[in-house]
Design a protein around this ligand. Structure first.
Ligand code: NAD
Length: 479
């Protein structure tokens, strides 16, 4: 991997504009390397390389061969597990054990899509006598992937793994705040036998390289994960060329706890679903809705668990690492200062260890109580380790609260009542519902995506492959 270069056509290429971006370690706030600052010229070169691969060796590869290459890549990722985890931990600030889980998930994405590549098929359709009609699933062509900084490896893997399996050639614009692992994996993909140009990475700022990718006329599909505001811009830019976009825009996911739930099982999951990755997870369980009769006792238990949480540098491998940047830290501080100003009570918070450098971007996990339903802390994505607790009287109120935000990504429901499990699974509006468990970001096999402002289209599982293909209908008249 070469510092401050893009990966285009399987080569390390210096940025056309000659400029770089410093990369900070969130654990101490200090720069430790740099990225190439991509411009429209770099995106142009990457799209050309991808088109060349798509119209050449990659487009000609059989589905089974695509699967074999992806399988070799999954093996290479597994063999470099430690190296990738170290890189991701330093770059994002996440505790090492979380980064290890991310590296394992990345290998699993490539493994899953390797196996799926030659199982993606069309159908034969009944039509008029004398005809045979069938459908074929074809790749879009050149796909663009705009990746955020919270799970660079995982989000890259889920999107690019599916796109490559379906036969597309990819141009990826990872996030300027964290993307070193993505560059390293692109290099491993070439080692696995992926033809030059089938996977290209252009680093840089969103408004420069990202926007150039979103508005490029040579892109046939865009997959975007990030904020709703940027998602809207990406859709507008892509619309100029009538390019379809898959959007994954985060959420304000509720965990609904009824009085009959197994609270011993629920408690650690309620905590980890918001503390994982310092709350910077699109599917974080950032609201806990608790049935009134157990509200105070459960808050006491949650408070005790929050007080025991320890926060420190990624290498200390504690419960929680720093936030990604000073900007993200300020965003979380603004939410907490609004909470204080509006009289929202704090139940408990964790502890930042003394050894954590003062220049790092730390925030102690914080539990807030009685957050009013209309308040922005109940409706907006903080993207930090802040859990908003609210109480409800009955099922109807629980559903109203759960559905009462602009988002709909994931929901958790905790109850032993089987009929209620089924009722709520249907009534809650979200892309995924977990009952007596919660899968923040987990499950390579499980289709994932949102409704409402959480986005549209599905990543993960077999469903993602459909999104990375177009369906062609072929009608043959043979008499
Ligand atoms: P963002 O949406 O601006 O960035 C995500 C990706 O989009 C990055 O690669 C970025 O470079 C790119 N981008 C930015 N502007 C662009 C543009 N004009 N055209 C094309 N691409 C562009 O997110 P952010 O500013 O890094 O974070 C802000 C907030 O977004 C966070 O606080 C959080 O609430 C949310 N967020 C959500 C997710 C998620 O997984 N759902 C991920 C990251 C951030």
């Amino acid at each position: 991997m070469e510092e401050a270069k893009h990966f285009i056509g399987s080569e390390w290429v210096a940025p056309a504009g000659g400029e770089t971006i410093p990369v900070l370690d969130p654990s101490d706030g200090q720069p430790f390397t740099q990225l190439a600052r991509g411009t429209a010229a770099d995106i142009e070169a990457a799209v050309r390389a991808a088109r060349h691969a798509f119209e050449g060796p990659w487009g000609a590869a059989s589905a089974a061969d695509r699967g074999r290459i992806l399988y070799r890549l999954s093996m290479l990722v597994a063999a470099r597990h430690d190296e990738l985890a170290q890189l991701e931990a330093r770059d994002t600030g996440k505790p090492l054990r979380q980064a290890r889980a991310d590296a394992a998930a990345l290998a699993r994405y490539f493994e899953f899509y390797a196996g799926a590549a030659d199982k993606l098929h069309g159908e034969t359709l009944p039509y008029q006598t004398g005809y045979t009609v069938f459908t074929v699933r074809e790749p879009h062509g050149v796909t663009g992937h705009i990746v955020p900084w919270n799970y660079p490896m995982q989000i890259f893997g889920r999107s690019v793994g599916a796109a490559l399996a379906a036969g597309n050639a990819c141009v990826v614009k990872p996030a300027e705040d964290a993307c070193l692992s993505v560059l390293r994996v692109a290099e491993l993909a070439a080692e696995a036998g992926l033809p030059a140009g089938a996977l290209n990475i252009v680093t840089g700022y969103g408004h420069e390289a990202g926007a150039a990718l979103a508005r490029h006329a040579g892109i046939d599909h865009i997959s975007f994960t990030g904020s709703p505001e940027t998602g809207k811009l990406v859709v507008q830019m892509a619309a100029e060329n009538h390019v379809p976009v898959t959007l994954e825009l985060g959420g304000k996911s509720p965990q609904i706890v009824f009085a009959d739930a197994d609270l011993d099982a629920a408690l650690p999951v309620l905590v980890s679903a918001i503390v994982q990755n310092a709350g910077q997870t699109c599917s974080a369980g950032s609201r806990v809705l608790i049935e009134r009769s157990i509200y105070e006792p459960l808050l006491d238990r949650l408070g005790a668990a929050f007080s025991a949480l320890r926060v420190g540098p990624s290498h200390a491998d504690l419960d929680c690492g720093p936030l990604i940047s000073a900007k993200q830290q300020q965003r979380v501080w603004d939410f907490l200062s609004d909470a204080h100003h509006d009289g929202i009570g704090m139940v408990a918070h964790g502890e930042i260890i003394h050894e954590a450098p003062e220049t790092g971007f730390y925030q102690a996990p914080t539990l807030l109580r009685d957050v009013p339903a209309g308040h922005h802390l109940a409706n907006e994505e903080v993207f930090g380790p802040v859990l908003a607790a609210m109480s409800f009287a009955d099922e109807d109120e629980a559903v109203a609260l759960a559905n009462g935000t602009p988002y709909g990504l994931v929901a958790g429901i905790w109850t032993r009542d089987g009929a209620r499990q089924l009722r709520l699974a249907r009534r809650v509006r979200s892309g995924q519902v977990f009952i007596n468990n919660y899968g923040a970001g987990g499950g390579v096999e499980l289709p994932f995506g949102g409704v409402k402002h959480s986005g549209h289209g599905r990543e993960k599982g077999f469903e993602a492959l459909y999104g990375f293909t177009v369906l062609k209908t072929v009608a043959i008249r043979h008499g």
